[in-house]
Design a protein around this ligand. Structure first.
Ligand code: ATP
Ligand code: MG
Length: 410
């Protein structure tokens, strides 16, 4: 993509109501625009990152047997009649009406619809296990939308639901999902902790994936030696206590909840009447789990962790960067044009072909945050080629033009 074509504009001023690093950076750098509290538009740069995040999630969900589907944002009141959540989720449900007065909600989560769908698909133990997921915009009437993309009223979530013939098969899948979640967050460049949290009415614990950072709104008690970690909502510790599992010490930190998985047991299946016949010929309800992951919240979280406020610079992790490579031409457009044409089909390339000063181009490149920069200038050509800068290592080398692909593939 030529930068002269890109639908974007950087902003000098930090918007006065941007209450977080992620919102202020993403707006200034031209990745998102704020529509109103809790609702952000994804501009082309922001959407590129979101698509990469989504594709990583898709690959990993598919790798454990998940199948993608897409359920509805519009939910008729009736689908809640068996679970009672039309009333129980009152606080967060956006309720609207059709012209005939039929009541609807904008979907905040999809257990009711997915179990209703499963009812039509699962009738025998031979139909199990099954796991389906979607990546969709969710709506929640959050009392306070805050921290930019971290807590919105309209946000993108991946939600997966699994159905099993018995607890044992469920447990295996649940443990597998933990591993795959850690892999996903690792690919985003995020190191997260698995934290025990309240499981609601369904089971003793759910498991949250928490990014420990002062910017988080949750409070996490965790051991400095082993994997023990609990959310404040269930933890009965204070900092400095002894770990219940080893001789380590309990520390406390804020955290951002980027994912949350729940054992649902057979509760929803019983309520909605989703049954199957077991190998022994008995009627049984499938054991279920649900697996949420905040797609837009992850975009915000990567910024919270990676954005360098002092240098006013972002370096995106390779797998989620809006572009792999940023070609910057300093008055050498004929050579840069041909480099762009060569690399364009092989990599995701942004090419700054604009008539701007070097200072302006570098300041904007710092905001776009591509992990690799190729600088084509009189100076680099005199030195023997193109300057290749690996932004994450802050290392720079001059590479002959014909060797560029080789270096980039390393
Ligand atoms: P929280 O405790 O932060 O309100 P939750 O426990 O209600 O979240 P879940 O129902 O577990 O959220 O949703 C699954 C995932 O969706 C969360 O782990 C989070 O990453 C993301 N998410 C939830 N609510 C929001 C929101 N308002 N804005 C952005 N992402 C959200
Ligand atoms: Mg949660």
């Amino acid at each position: 993509m030529k930068q002269s074509h890109l639908f974007y504009k950087t902003r000098k001023e930090v918007p006065s109501d941007a209450d977080s690093i992620n919102a202020s950076y993403l707006i200034r750098a031209g990745f998102v625009e704020k529509q109103m509290a809790g609702a952000y538009a994804l501009l082309p740069l922001g959407l590129r990152v979101i698509k990469r995040i989504q594709n990583i999630v898709r690959q990993e969900m598919d790798s454990i047997g998940g199948q993608e589907l897409l359920m509805n944002v519009l939910q008729p009141k009736e689908i809640y009649s068996e679970t009672g959540r039309w009333e129980k989720m009152e606080e967060i449900l956006y309720k609207i009406q059709t012209q005939n007065g039929k009541e609807l909600a904008l979907g905040p989560t999809h257990e009711e619809q997915v179990v209703t769908l499963a009812k039509g698909v699962i009738s025998s133990y031979r139909d199990l296990p099954k796991a389906v997921y979607q990546i969709q915009t969710k709506f929640r009437k959050e009392a306070r939308a805050k921290s930019g993309l971290l807590r919105g009223r309209e946000f993108i979530m991946k939600d997966m639901y699994s159905f099993h013939d018995g607890e044992e098969d469920f447990e295996k899948f649940y443990e597998l999902s933990k591993k795959v979640y850690l892999k996903i967050f690792g690919r985003f460049g995020l190191e997260v902790k698995i934290v025990e949290a309240s499981g609601g009415v369904f089971s003793e614990f759910s498991h949250e994936f928490q990014l420990l950072t002062p910017q988080g709104e949750d409070e996490i008690y965790y051991c400095n030696k082993c994997d023990f970690a609990q959310n404040k909502e269930i933890a009965q510790f204070k900092a400095g206590d002894k770990c219940p599992n080893c001789d380590g010490e309990i520390l406390v930190s804020n955290g951002i909840e980027v994912g949350n998985i729940f054992p649902l047991s057979t509760t929803f299946a019983e309520q909605i009447g989703c049954k199957y016949i077991t190998n022994e010929g008995k009627e049984q309800y499938p054991v279920m789990g649900c697996y949420g992951l905040g797609i837009t919240r992850c975009l915000g979280s990567v910024v919270e962790i990676m954005y360098d406020n002092a240098k006013n610079r972002m370096v995106w992790p390779k797998e989620v960067a809006p572009f792999d490579i940023h070609i910057i031409s300093l008055n050498k457009n004929d050579i840069a044009d041909s480099l762009y044409e060569r690399l364009g089909p092989k990599f995701e390339v942004l090419y700054d072909d604009r008539e701007l000063s070097a200072g302006q181009k570098f300041a904007e490149a710092d905001l776009v945050g591509c992990p690799i920069r190729l600088i084509v200038s009189g100076k680099s050509l005199e030195a023997g080629g193109i300057e290749v800068i690996d932004m994450s290592k802050n290392s720079s080398t001059i590479v002959p033009i014909e060797n560029i692909e080789k270096i980039l593939n390393e």
